[in-house]
Design a binder for this molecule. Structure first.
Ligand SMILES: *Cc1c(COP(=O)(O)O)cnc(C)c1O
Length: 371
């Protein structure tokens, strides 16, 4: 029997249709002006992003991976240094550490799937220079113990906040806790563009100046090449799109939180599931639900059941933590993450979903466990 409806995990065409009338002409306008690289729309977006986050500098770059890399290099992290990274993340986080010339040291996550303090504390050695928390799934970690470890050992913090634009811990934005924060505008991110994009944010003039040089072949504002850099600029067309979307971003987040609230209210009673903390669970946390990542008993059977019902789900990064890619040769102290990878999955959560869609998904999940 065909399923009642189809809810793909992500639906790019549907999302574009919602905005076509606005973004179509806006893109044409940029093209008519011939404003492609390092133009006014980029500068405007950087100013708007910095204002939104309450930071001094935002520097648009090619993607989130470059933003993390430049944050590390900008903060003086390099060869011989160890950087502590949670293993439940995209490989890009560890890659950025390697691109900076440093060594990633992988640690565990906790039941909220972000960096776990005790494991972080155990990983500190004489060579540790930085902690790179990943503000995963739109949740900012409890930063109090992380800041405490950093302070005790004189460590720098650079945040991978690629999944957490607008997320806060104790009223402070993800990406603003340390020397630099990194954001990604990959199309499926909460603030996405039509290709790759990213930004580094910082209050530190030196870090910002280094990032501006690094993204543009090492060239400084006076045109002099100061270092060997990269070609890693944020395209002006993408910046124009991001500018338009940033204006309504707070509303977009509220909608995501409303969808998460439905999942929370409908599924909280099922003891076969571990849900992410609810949107209203703890006043210290403001989560933006980049993803709705659950842990589930009989996960694979549940996924099959949802597929039959026309519902798309995915396992982040193919269902592995980064120390579980044997070819990378990385090791981790991460017992929680290892148990979790047999149980975790993402339910659909994006702005093409109606309330009804989420209720339908919840109905199917409840039917699976309660028959
Ligand atoms: C998306 C993402 C990145 C960076 O992604 P890019 O594709 O380079 O923009 C880094 N870390 C995490 C956790 C991410 O989700």
């Amino acid at each position: 029997m065909p399923s009642e409806r189809t809810i793909p995990f992500f639906n790019y065409p549907a999302l574009f249709r919602q905005e076509e009338d606005e973004l179509g002409p806006l893109i044409i306008d940029v093209l008519r002006r011939g404003a492609y690289i390092m133009q006014g729309d980029l500068a405007e977006f950087e100013t708007a992003l910095a204002a939104y986050l309450g930071v001094k500098h935002a520097v648009g770059v090619a993607d989130g991976t470059m933003a993390i890399t430049f944050g590390l290099i900008g903060a003086g992290i390099g060869p011989g240094d160890e950087v502590i990274v949670p293993s439940h993340t995209f490989v890009a986080t560890a890659a950025a550490v390697t691109h900076a010339g440093a060594t990633p040291v992988l640690v565990d996550c906790g039941p909220d799937h972000v960096i776990e303090p005790a494991s972080t504390r155990r990983a500190v050695t004489k060579r540790t220079k930085a902690i790179l928390p990943v503000q995963l799934n739109g949740r900012t970690a409890n930063m109090d113990p992380i800041l405490d470890i950093a302070e005790r050992h004189g460590l720098t913090i650079v945040e991978d906040s690629c999944q957490a634009l607008g997320s806060k811990f104790k009223e402070r934005h993800a990406g603003t806790f340390g020397a630099a924060g990194a954001f990604s505008f990959y199309p499926s991110k909460t603030l996405g563009c039509f290709g790759d994009g990213g930004a580094l944010v910082t209050d530190d003039d030196t870090v910002a100046a280094r990032a501006r040089e690094l993204r543009d072949h090492g060239r400084a504002a006076d045109g002099l090449v100061r270092r060997i850099g990269f070609n890693a600029r944020l395209d002006n067309v993408q910046a124009a799109v991001l500018n338009a979307r940033l204006k309504r971003y707070p509303k977009m987040i509220e909608r995501r939180r409303a969808l998460a609230r439905i999942y929370d209210e409908r599924l909280r009673g099922l003891n076969e599931l571990l849900l992410p903390p609810g949107p209203d669970a703890d006043p210290d946390h403001f989560d933006i639900f980049q993803n709705y990542e659950i842990e589930a008993e009989r996960r694979d059977a549940l996924r099959d059941h949802l597929t039959q019902a026309g519902i798309g789900t995915i396992l982040q990064w193919g269902g592995r933590c980064i120390h579980q890619f044997p070819d990378l040769g990385l090791r981790a102290d991460a017992p929680y993450a290892e148990r979790m990878t047999a149980r975790f999955m993402l339910l659909p959560l994006n702005l093409s979903l109606s309330d009804d869609d989420v209720h339908y998904i919840c109905d199917r999940i409840i039917a699976f466990y309660r028959g």
